[in-house]
Structures are given as C-alpha cells and as structure tokens.
Design a protein around this ligand. Structure first.
Ligand SMILES: NC(=O)c1ccc[n+]([C@@H]2O[C@H](COP(=O)([O-])OP(=O)(O)OC[C@H]3O[C@@H](n4cnc5c(N)ncnc54)[C@H](O)[C@@H]3O)[C@@H](O)[C@H]2O)c1
Ligand SMILES: O=C(O)C1=N[C@H](C(=O)O)CCC1
Length: 264
C-alpha cells in the first residue's frame, strides 16, 4: 500500500468538479489546463484567454475558476466570478492590502463562496516562507533574493513580498527589532541595496534559464543561514493548484496562501 500526502490525495469518489482556467494560453495557464485534464475528479469546462470570453466561464457551468492572468486583469476576473457564484483559485500576483480588502467586501454578501489567493503554489516555496519566518527572530540581519525568468511582468515577486511580510510579522511578534540593514545608506547608485518590503531588503534578479527561485539570507554574529527554494519547472506548482481547486468549495471566504490547506 502506498502512502498519500495531503498534496497528492487521490481523487475522491463523487461528481466531477467543473473548472475554468483564466489565462489559459499563458505559461501557467497551459500547465493548469494540462493538470486539470489529467485529474480524474476534475473537468475542464472553459479556457479563457482575454476578457471578452469571460462569459464562457459562467455559460460552461464552472464551479471553480483558476486565474493565472496579469496583475492588471485579475481584479475584474475575481469580481466577475464572485458575481456569478464561482469559486476562485488565484495564482496571479500583485495584491496589496487595498485589493484584499475590496475582495473581502465583494465576498461579504456571498457567505458560501470561496476565493483563495496564493503567491506561490509550490510546496517547497510555502515551506521556505514558513522556515524563514521561524528563523527570522534568531538573526540580526535578513535579506530576500528572488530570481525569475526574464519575462516575469512584476518585481519583486509576490512570493518575495509575502516572505518579507511574514518575516517582519514574526520578528514583531517575538519582540525583535526590524533588521538594521534595510537602509539605502552607502548605496552610490539607486537600487544597489534593493527595495525594502516591510523593513526587509528584497532583491530581484531576472535571468534567462531561470523559472522561479528564492533565497532568504539570515546572518548574525559569526554565522549565516541560507534558505533556498527552486522551481525548475512549472509542473512544480500543480499539486498545490489542484489541492486548492479541490478544497475551495469547502472553504468559504478569503484564504491567503495554501498553508492552511497543507495543515501548516
Ligand atoms: N502563485 C503561483 O504559484 C504562481 C506561479 C507562477 C506564476 N504566477 C503568477 O501568475 C501570473 C501569470 O504568470 P505567467 O507566467 O503564466 O504569465 P503569462 O503572461 O505567460 O500568462 C498570462 C496570460 O493571461 C492572459 N490574460 C491577461 N489578461 C487576461 C484576462 N483578463 N482574461 C484571461 N486571460 C488574460 C494573457 O494573455 C496571458 O496569456 C503572474 O502574476 C505570475 O507572477 C504565480
Ligand atoms: O513566474 C512567475 O511569474 C512566478 N510568480 C510568482 C511570484 O511572483 O511569486 C510565483 C513564482 C513564479
């Protein structure tokens, strides 16, 4: 008998879940369509590439929409799905507190509906964020370096932003002062010391040959700790995406990240 993890749970018996993919011809969308097609408990009912086809998502009877589009498109897509009573699993990045608050407002009159927004569906990346937050209070300095393919539209990455936020929250909760290095002091050129997210310096590398990678560097007296995660292939995000698609109908309201789905 083989053991199963929450990520690779076998498809439950029961009716198929109908899924729409928004951004279906993008780098992630193609991979999501493939993964949904291969899953025995899921049915791909709409592939949307451009907002003019959005009505297909409702006409096709989608129960769950998966969005990997663009930061400038995603809010309109979420609004549409909420209005239509369609659960949303969102991998698109670029959310700030204001956008999150707006989604909560949209969801308020729909108590049975779920929206899950995750900056990273890679299990290793989720663990990296957790380990970084856990380690942060033991170190004086902390910096985040994210490294991605050159066609990535946003910088810093959603994952790096979330990592910095979690580090900052963990330090504050432990009564540890923000890292002292989040300063532009000594920078003879703008950007030389990176950007600062919630008191944590974040550096973005764009390089041919890369997919999605992140390092968290932590330092204190005489020692450093380096945490690193590498997604070499977009298939690495699919177990997390499928887990979210399967779970979202049981999780009304707004969920950020897949940590709670993994029992973390
Ligand atoms: N959460 C994660 O694990 C994860 C992983 C990889 C990428 N991402 C994020 O997902 C997003 C997409 O990344 P990508 O590399 O696939 O980008 P991409 O540019 O390859 O794909 C985006 C696709 O969406 C389409 N699109 C734009 N607006 C649309 C709309 N309104 N309706 C339907 N389609 C629309 C574009 O034409 C394009 O084909 C980015 O924000 C990226 O940061 C998240
Ligand atoms: O390829 C991308 O674009 C990715 N975006 C996410 C981010 O911004 O964190 C996750 C990793 C891949």
């Amino acid at each position: 008998m083989t053991s199963s993890s929450p990520v690779t749970a076998p498809a439950p018996d029961g009716p198929l879940t109908s899924v729409a993919v928004l951004g279906a011809r993008g780098r992630m969308g193609v991979e999501v369509c493939r993964a949904v097609n291969e899953a025995e408990d899921l049915e791909l009912v709409a592939m949307v590439e451009g907002s003019e086809w959005l009505f297909n998502v409702a006409d096709g009877g989608a129960q769950v929409a998966v969005d990997f589009t663009r930061p400038e498109s995603v809010m309109e897509n979420i609004r549409f799905c909420i209005d239509q009573g369609i659960h949303c699993v969102v991998g698109t990045t670029g959310f700030d507190d204001e956008k999150i608050a707006t989604i909560r407002e949209w969801l308020a009159p729909k108590p049975d509906l779920g929206v899950l927004i995750a900056p990273n569906f890679g299990i290793g990346a989720v663990l990296l964020m957790k380990f970084a937050a856990e380690a942060a209070r033991f170190f004086t300095s902390v910096e985040v370096v994210e490294l991605h393919h050159p066609n990535k539209v946003d910088a810093p990455s959603g994952t790096a932003t979330r990592t910095a936020q979690l580090i900052s929250q963990a330090r504050a909760a432990a009564g540890v002062a923000p890292a002292p290095d989040a300063t532009q002091e000594g920078a003879s050129l703008p950007g030389a010391r990176g950007a600062v997210v919630d008191g944590v310096p974040v550096h973005a590398v764009r390089l041919a040959g890369l997919v999605a990678h992140e390092e968290v560097l932590l330092g204190t007296h005489g020692e450093t700790l380096t945490l690193r995660h590498d997604s070499y292939d977009r298939s690495s995000f699919m177990p997390g995406v499928l887990l979210a698609v399967r779970e979202i109908q049981r999780r009304p309201g707004l969920t950020i990240g897949i940590e709670s789905l993994l029992g973390l």
